[in-house]
Design a protein around this ligand. Structure first.
Ligand code: SF4
Ligand code: FES
Length: 147
């Protein structure tokens, strides 16, 4: 079944054992540690919410839902996703933006559907796909390119 772009990741057939949900009063943030590429957009954008020294490390109620959604949308890998409880969905850029880096992942930002042999179509707005074939989590980059 095709997942709607704003549907929580845990409903997806691609849900990862490293996926964790952080529910707040107005927004729920999910984090897939297996897809985090440590760009640090989250900790730079809202350090009062994303604090790697705290447990839990994500505290959604420490910011306004719209401000938090805006920072989650800066996560280029798609490791961070959100579901706003008022059903305001992420609006991806159109046309899709494709960013390449020498020896690194291909970053996609748009209305994406990932599919392939034996794979259920999976919708998302942000993805970092492995371009070097060294990732253990293909099709996603796992930073093996930086090792
Ligand atoms: S912005 Fe996304 S990829 Fe970057 S550190 Fe945060 S969760 Fe990881
Ligand atoms: S591009 Fe990063 S692991 Fe392949």
């Amino acid at each position: 079944m095709l997942r709607k772009p704003n549907e929580p990741c845990w409903a997806s057939t691609m849900s990862s054992p490293k996926l964790k949900a952080y529910p707040g009063s107005h927004i729920t943030v999910t984090f897939d540690a297996g897809r985090c590429l440590h760009f640090a957009e989250c900790v730079r954008g809202l350090p009062q919410v994303f604090n790697v020294a705290a447990r839990p490390w994500i505290t959604p109620d420490n910011a306004d839902a719209a401000a938090l959604a805006e920072v989650v949308e800066r996560c280029p890998s798609g490791a961070l996703q959100y579901t706003r409880h008022d059903n305001v969905a992420e609006t991806p850029p159109d046309p899709t933006i494709v960013t390449t880096a020498e020896g690194g992942p291909i970053l996609l930002h748009g209305r994406l559907t990932l599919t392939g042999p034996g794979r259920q179509p999976h919708r998302e707005n942000r993805m970092a796909l492995c371009a070097c074939a060294r990732s253990a989590k293909r099709p996603f980059c796992d930073n093996a390119c930086r090792a």
